[in-house]
Design a protein around this ligand. Structure first.
Ligand code: FMN
Length: 188
């Protein structure tokens, strides 16, 4: 039995990332759960930002932003960045920052994964602007690499559950992608 649940933005899982931008000359970070990869070539990421977000003002100003993937231990600071606006609270001193070649793209050292992005497209979709950024560089904390590859358990990303509004961690490994399906022909 299915229960109709209405026109809801239910998607699982949602990441809880920190979007960084320089706004009016000052680094600012906001939490976003509506974030996904948008393209492989060029490598691109999409994030849906409500039109009035202070961070969006900076993204429009500079044409650049960062996506920072926090670990679960950063949950309280992530939540803070999702409650308070840079319009009234200075969030620039909450994290130790670093930059790539572009000073307009502030990134967070504590976050194990960082994507340095230049705006490719902006698309108005109702209440939100879908910002698509080309990933010009990515960074990963060395201690999160195992055999040169990003290790999900070491990254320990923060996951968000819509509606119930809770933060979670990754669960157990279920199987190998692009592999276990090969043996599932008999399940059709
Ligand atoms: C878990 C969580 C997820 C959020 N996801 C989004 C999102 O995807 N898009 C958005 O526009 N706002 C989202 N918000 C709200 C913004 O983070 C919040 O309004 C923030 O204060 C905006 O900061 P700013 O005004 O400094 O840009 C989220 C908040 C939380 C707590």
């Amino acid at each position: 039995m299915k229960v109709k649940f209405g026109r809801q933005t239910l998607l699982y899982p949602m990441p809880a990332v920190l979007v960084g931008a320089v706004v009016r000359g000052n680094p600012n970070f906001m939490t976003a759960a509506w974030c996904s990869i948008a393209s492989h070539k060029p490598p691109a990421v999409a994030v849906a930002l409500y039109k009035k977000r202070y961070t969006l003002e900076g993204i429009f100003e500079t044409g650049a932003f960062s996506i920072n993937v926090p670990s679960s231990s950063m949950a309280a600071r992530v939540d803070y960045c999702g409650i308070y606006s840079g319009r009234s609270e200075d969030k620039s001193d909450m994290f130790e920052l670093f930059h790539g070649s572009d000073k307009d793209i502030p990134m967070i050292k504590d976050c194990p994964v960082n994507l340095e992005c230049k705006v490719l497209h902006k698309l108005e979709v109702g209440s939100h602007v879908l910002v698509i950024g080309e990933i010009v560089e990515s960074y990963i904390s060395e201690e999160c690499l195992v055999d040169g590859q990003p290790d999900p358990e070491k990254i320990d990303p923060l996951i968000y559950s819509p509606k119930v509004r809770t933060y979670h961690r990754l669960g157990e490994v279920v199987g190998r992608a692009f592999h276990m399906g090969k043996k599932a022909g008999g399940l059709k």
